[in-house]
Write a protein that binds this ligand. Structure first.
Ligand SMILES: Cc1ncc(COP(=O)(O)O)c(C=O)c1O
Length: 369
């Protein structure tokens, strides 16, 4: 069909998500999905918060009703947890939606955003969807170069994205570096701290970005229930920001952007500290397990603080296909500018062992060539 579309939309590259388990099972002709290990989308290998599962069971019979469009109880609980006013909380269909809402509010063909070259790809895609420019600043040792990002800010910069920890590199900038950046940054762009993985860090290592919101700085913090809380399938995330910015977000979001099951589950998961703690411990142990495996095999990797790790394997896409043949789904990284790497999500101890076993088979096959 020959649609008369906005040309820049037809030119947009599509985002390539982690491959679904079901799709690989179909392709390999497997009867079920149980034998496949998916370490491709930084999901929580422990599963959802058990409290969230229980709450969802009770809520199932109310699903004929529209959700609370204001997410009242969930927003209140989040506000209470972070010590902000409820008017400063915006819920989204994943934090991904909040990123898109920022695009709706700020971006057009006359302005742009600043990000790192190896940062979460969605920022760039959202800029493109709004015909806006994205200045991608080269990283230093796979980490945000905050000085370089400061230099890249122009009069027409509307947004600066700092994913911390960053996906896909797993690196972070610490509180002192952020403070130095915030001391120098001009007031006109909104600084977005995307903290999707922050709960995976011990509390004393999490930079205190919230205080910039309390101080009335031009800052927005993004969080999600997809990672530490294990609710990626439900799509629920949130932003903390000024009441004025939140007000604009409510104008552009869909009336029922967060479904009722997601609200119920997220409310229960928010209080489930022990699930988050168990996830944090599993991640820490899993990272050690992966690092040991890479070091034993002489593979170069990027030290990570999140629930995934970048490892240099040669041709990443070819390697991704080889892992799929071994029933392990990992993520190729060419779209992020790391064609020699794959990104591996940290799984349970057994998942990680299956990955390492497949790695050995792939490496020994290569040696035979
Ligand atoms: C850095 C970062 N931000 C945001 C997201 C989006 O998460 P969600 O939309 O599931 O909340 C992801 C997902 O992988 C991410 O890695």
């Amino acid at each position: 069909m020959n649609y008369s579309t906005k040309t820049w939309i037809s030119d947009l590259p599509s985002y390539e998500p982690g491959r679904p388990i079901e799709e690989l099972a179909r392709e390999l002709g497997l009867p079920g999905i149980d034998d496949i290990v998916k370490l491709a989308s930084n999901e929580n290998a422990l599963g959802p918060s058990p409290r969230a599962v229980e709450a969802m069971r009770h809520a199932a019979s109310d699903m004929h009703l529209y959700p609370d469009g204001s997410c009242h109880y969930l927003a209140e609980a989040i506000a209470h947890k972070h010590g902000v006013d409820v008017s400063q909380v915006v819920l989204g269909n994943g934090s991904n939606e909040i990123i898109e809402l920022l695009g709706h509010i700020f971006l057009d063909r006359d302005n742009g955003l600043v990000m790192s070259e190896g940062a979460f790809l969605i920022y760039k895609l959202v800029a493109m969807a709004f015909q806006s420019e994205s200045a991608a600043v080269p990283m230093r040792s796979y980490t945000h170069d905050l000085d370089g990002m400061l230099d890249a800010i122009q009069d027409d910069t509307r947004l600066v994205f700092i994913a911390n920890p960053n996906n896909p590199t797993g690196t972070m900038v610490d509180g002192a570096e952020i403070d130095r950046f915030m001391d120098q940054v001009p007031g006109h762009p909104l600084i977005v701290f995307d903290e999707a993985y922050i709960e995976l860090l011990p509390v004393n290592r999490r930079p205190d970005t919230l205080r910039y919101i309390h101080d009335g700085r031009n800052v927005c913090i993004l969080r999600t229930f997809s990672k530490a809380h294990g609710l990626a399938g439900l799509r629920v995330g949130y932003g903390l920001m000024s009441g004025d910015l939140a007000n604009l977000m409510h104008r552009v979001r869909q009336p029922f952007n967060v479904n009722a099951m997601a609200q119920t589950a997220a409310l229960a998961a928010l209080e489930d500290e022990s699930h988050v703690e168990n996830t944090r411990r599993m991640t820490e142990e899993g990272l050690e397990q992966m690092v040991r495996a890479f070091e034993d095999r002489g593979l170069e990797y990027v030290p990570s603080v999140a629930n995934f790790i970048l490892v240099r394997v040669g041709n990443g896409r070819e390697c991704y296909n080889k892992f799929a043949e071994q029933w392990v789904i990992v993520r190729p990284m060419d779209a992020y500018g790391f064609p020699d790497h794959i990104r591996v999500t940290i799984g349970t101890h057994d998942d990680n062992e299956k990955f390492i076993g497949a790695l050995d088979r792939i490496m020994s096959e290569r040696d035979k060539l």
